[in-house]
Design a protein around this ligand. Structure first.
Ligand SMILES: [Zn+2]
Length: 422
């Protein structure tokens, strides 16, 4: 089969672990649903060894089993140690996909592990974790080399080869600090892929402003050396520090840039990816994080299709291709947004049944009985306690259609007897 480029979105992992940012479990669930509708291959949906994630993770796997989440793979993230793998499978028994992370650079070995473990020990610990994950029924195991861009490339080859021997399915090259540039990442990925002959995931950061270029060129190197590429993205590029590769920008780069267009189909992005869902997912995630989309954001920024200067406006009006590389309709933009200017009835944590029925009536949801309406209202109140902002139409619909999963997602009970060890 022809090698391709697939997308693994890590908004629900890297995005939420970022300083000053967070999502409620209901919001993380909506992100998974939107990513699924967008045809994204995988969502790294959380931390299976963290107590407060357990209900959310299990409920989302139930949504997969009941067919509400249709195609996307939901994968957990943990450290590459046996203890974490066992804990992950204990808390989230139906977890099928996982990425296991181990730091590999001398910088991290010396200054993070502080000499407690060496290269040999790193390989031993991670191999054991991979083997146990496979024994416990994990279908696909990825292994992250944290700080790969500052790791000796021969050691990366050795590390990845040993992980492959232990049963790992993919190697994740983490440019944890955004240290690579497109040329260095091309060379390094080519070198590694040539030896290990194993699918490669690119996890890049934007500290030097090159994250999207590094991700797509790294993917190109994987394809050039005969393996599949998996690019890690986040919605709106939010992630640790200066962030990760923006999902929409990566899709645009892979489908619209000159080099990829002229490659005669050599570098193909997974055909399931549906760009027309871009506008909705970007807007929702901006709302959920409370972080505005920059006006100059590719594709979804408010200025992405705006023209004012005389020559540009004239040119764009004569033929949009004069000053636009792609059409706003392709990203699902162009619908007018209707904002009520008269009376507004909303529902939320202190809402009552009358206002609640009015809101759901406008969404064309009828309840079979008063009991059902009261149960859904109770969930809506709790959902609003969690999100602390007005619930969106899709959030309200999700709660009404999937009350059992919504209830589980909203249930967070501090576990003081067995606190998360991370
Ligand atoms: Zn990261």
């Amino acid at each position: 089969m022809k090698n391709k480029i697939y997308l693994i979105d890590v908004t629900n992992r890297d995005g939420v672990q970022t300083a000053n940012l967070g999502l409620a479990k209901l919001e993380k669930t909506l992100v998974n649903l939107y990513l699924d509708e967008m045809g994204i291959f995988q969502s790294e949906f959380g931390f299976p060894v963290t107590n407060h994630e357990t209900n959310y993770l299990n409920a989302n796997i139930d949504l997969v089993e009941s067919g509400v989440i249709k195609n996307i793979r939901l994968s957990g993230w943990s450290r590459a140690i046996v203890k974490d793998v066992l804990e992950a499978k204990h808390r989230v028994p139906k977890l099928k996909y996982i990425n296991l992370s181990m730091s590999t650079s001398d910088q991290m070995i010396k200054n993070k592990f502080q000499g407690k473990i060496d290269r040999e020990k790193i390989i031993e610990l991670a191999s054991q974790a991979v083997k146990v994950a496979k024994e416990k029924g994990i279908v696909s195991v990825g292994v992250n080399a944290e700080d790969a861009s500052r790791t000796d490339k021969d050691f990366l080859v050795e590390f990845a080869s040993k992980m492959k021997e232990a049963g790992a399915d993919r190697f994740r090259y983490c440019d944890t600090l955004g240290f690579d540039d497109p040329i260095t990442i091309y060379d390094r990925i080519s070198y590694i892929a040539k030896y290990i002959k194993m699918d490669i995931e690119l996890h890049c950061h934007n500290d030097l402003g090159m994250v999207v270029a590094n991700s797509v060129i790294g993917a190109r190197a994987a394809i050039d050396n005969g393996v599949n590429a998996y690019i890690n993205t986040t919605i709106n590029g939010l992630g640790e520090r200066a962030g990760n590769a923006d999902l929409i920008s990566v899709i645009l780069a892979l489908r619209k840039s000159s080099g990829f267009l002229s490659s005669n189909g050599k570098y193909v992005l997974d055909e399931k990816v549906d760009l027309s869902k871009a506008w909705r997912i970007a807007k929702y995630t901006s709302y959920a994080f409370g972080v505005p989309i920059p006006i100059n954001q590719p594709g979804v920024g408010s200025n992405a299709f705006a023209h004012e200067s005389g020559i540009h406006a004239d040119g764009a009006l004569k033929d949009r291709r004069n000053y636009e590389l792609y059409d706003y309709e392709e990203l699902g933009r162009g619908e007018p947004e209707i904002i009520t200017t008269g009376r507004m009835i909303s529902t939320g944590e202190y809402g009552g049944i009358k206002g609640f029925r009015n809101v759901y009536g406008e969404l064309e949801i009828d309840f079979k009985s008063d009991e059902e309406a009261h149960r859904i209202l109770e969930l809506v109140r709790y959902a609003n306690v969690h999100t602390q902002k007005p619930l969106t139409k899709d959030e309200l619909l999700f709660i009404a259609k999937h009350p059992n999963e919504a209830r589980q997602i909203l249930t967070v009970t501090p576990n003081l007897e067995n606190p998360s060890d991370i």
